[in-house]
Design a protein around this ligand. Structure first.
Ligand code: AMP
Ligand code: ZN
Length: 497
């Protein structure tokens, strides 16, 4: 039974989807005016783990994500310039060029972090007709009004606007910001724009015809419409970072439920922020860390994924290079151990190792290990798989799930069963634990090479004397040191794990 914290009820609840066995899931996608920073990507990693957990425990998931390529102003409360326009000006490109470039860059980052692409990805600029239709219905129903040539949502028409219940925090949040300029068209402080034909910035690049004049949509309407277009009138889970709770998700609920006339989404999943020493990492601060920076400093992007998985998604996470270095020690050990187990299963004839074609980065070979059908001990496999699923089902407790993985590594069972479990867990963890790498022309210092060759000779001698226990001991010792031996027709070969 999956239990999830629901921001709507502020409690951990049993998850019950609308349709048995099926989950509809919506995720707020990136605003594509710049690279995603590793804070944004923390949210996407945690949401990816949620989706994969749902699949792991047997649900059929349909996940939809928007791409914000219009309407997101630099202030979340409809003030400031359009972020896309600012991005285009910064780079002397058109808005659509910027959108394409940063959408591609986002999915490239996701690929490196093993974040699965959602089943449907829809840019906001694809759905202008849907936005216009929803706004027309909201006007007809009396939930919206025209003022100053814009269309606004009338929050005073709602019995309860602050669905997440944290009105005081929200007032404080808007109140303390110095860049908030009062929009005198608004009847109520929290009303928000559904359609702009007039903003104080006249340079909006993308505009469309509408019943209210040539203009462009507000930010919030896109998520309501894109979600309904692909998932229908009811959704099970809506995700985003905690900064989306207000105003974005509060406004999404207001307009969706007013339009539909019934409750829209049952579970709200919010990921807490990645902070650096100065506080929340944010794109608008100008300096922020990206996956490219992580790579340029010589780290594997999956190390960052592991870093995120070690903490709970509902706790703020502080990033520092020192913290990443500490994680690297543990991650390298974990990977070496997993590959050593995989090699042992191959040596025992219980698994195969295949080169991954086309998957290698420059000069590197990658191998995937797959345990043979029926080679694992089914009872042990089932026991640990259940423990892993239970950890994740307790509000996506990734650090406990990782502890189960460590338990498997040291469990009293054979390598094939361990490899089967590692491979299974990696469906959710996404750390490539069953994938080995070998740098082309891998440089090993002369001393190490001499030592390895000596050990190979000793092992050969032991085998000749039919002392197989000693031969196996030497192989295992080398393996624990990250040196893998392979017996081939051409003789013994070795490589580093
Ligand atoms: P944006 O591209 O700004 O629309 O944000 C994309 C996603 O990243 C949203 O779900 C945000 O809530 C989330 N997000 C923004 N900043 C952070 C942060 N520092 N840590 C975690 N998630 C964040
Ligand atoms: Zn959204």
């Amino acid at each position: 039974m999956l239990k999830l914290y629901n921001t709507l009820t502020k409690s951990v609840e049993e998850f019950v989807p609308n349709a048995e066995g099926k989950v509809s899931m919506y995720t707020c996608g990136p605003t594509v005016y710049h690279y995603a920073h590793i804070g944004n990507l923390r949210s996407y990693i945690c949401e990816d783990v949620l989706e994969k957990t749902l699949r792991y425990i047997g649900y059929d998931v349909k996940r939809v994500m928007n791409i914000t390529d219009v309407g997101h102003l630099s202030g979340d409360s409809d003030d400031g310039e359009d972020k896309m326009v600012k991005g285009a000006q910064r780079e002397h490109k058109t808005v659509m060029e910027i959108a394409k470039f940063y959408t591609d860059a986002f999915f490239e980052d996701c690929r490196k972090l093993n974040i699965k692409r959602p089943d449907v990805v829809e840019p906001a600029t694809n759905c202008i007709d849907e936005f216009i239709h929803m706004i027309e219905v909201l006007l007809e129903k009396g939930y919206a009004y025209k003022a100053g040539e814009n269309v606004y949502f009338d929050t005073s028409r709602l019995g309860e606007y602050f669905k997440f219940g944290n009105q005081n925090e929200e007032e404080l949040y808007v109140g303390v910001r110095d860049d908030v300029t009062e929009d005198t068209n608004k009847r109520n402080k929290n009303d928000f724009v559904l359609w702009f034909t007039k903003s104080k910035f006249e340079d909006q690049a993308l505009k469309w015809d509408s019943p209210w004049g040539v203009g462009y949509p507000g930010w919030h309407i896109e998520c309501s419409c894109i979600s309904m277009k692909h998932l229908g009138e009811y959704i099970d889970i809506h995700c985003g970072g905690v900064d989306n709770i207000f105003p974005h998700h509060t406004n999404e609920i207001a307009q969706s439920e007013s339009y539909l006339g019934h409750k829209w989404c049952n579970y709200w999943f919010h990921v807490h922020h990645l902070n650096d020493r100065e506080g929340k990492m944010s794109k608008s601060k100008g300096t922020f860390l990206t996956v490219s920076v992580v790579e340029e400093k010589g780290y594997d992007p999956l190390l960052y994924r592991f870093f995120c998985l070690q903490s709970h998604y509902r706790k703020p996470l502080e990033f520092s290079w020192d913290a990443l270095d500490n994680t690297k020690v543990a991650f390298d050990k974990l990977k070496n151990r997993a590959i050593a187990i995989a090699e042992e299963a191959v040596s025992a004839g219980k698994a195969v190792k295949t080169e991954l074609q086309g998957a290698a980065d420059d000069g590197e070979k990658k191998y995937v290990y797959k345990v043979n059908d029926g080679a694992a001990d089914q009872a042990v496999f089932d026991e640990y798989r259940q423990k892993f699923a239970d950890a994740l089902s307790a509000d996506i407790n990734t650090s406990t799930a990782i502890t189960v993985l460590y338990d498997v590594l040291k469990a009293d069972t054979d390598a094939a069963t361990k490899l089967a479990l590692i491979t299974s867990f990696d469906e959710v963890l996404g750390l490539d634990l069953n994938i080995g790498r070998e740098a082309a022309g891998q440089k090993v210092d002369a001393e190490l090479e001499k030592y390895i060759l000596e050990q190979i000779e000793l092992r050969k001698a032991a085998k000749k004397e039919k002392n197989f226990a000693e031969a196996d001991r030497i192989r295992a010792k080398l393996q624990s040191e990250g040196i893998i031996l392979e017996d081939t027709r051409e003789g013994v070969k070795w490589h580093l794990a």
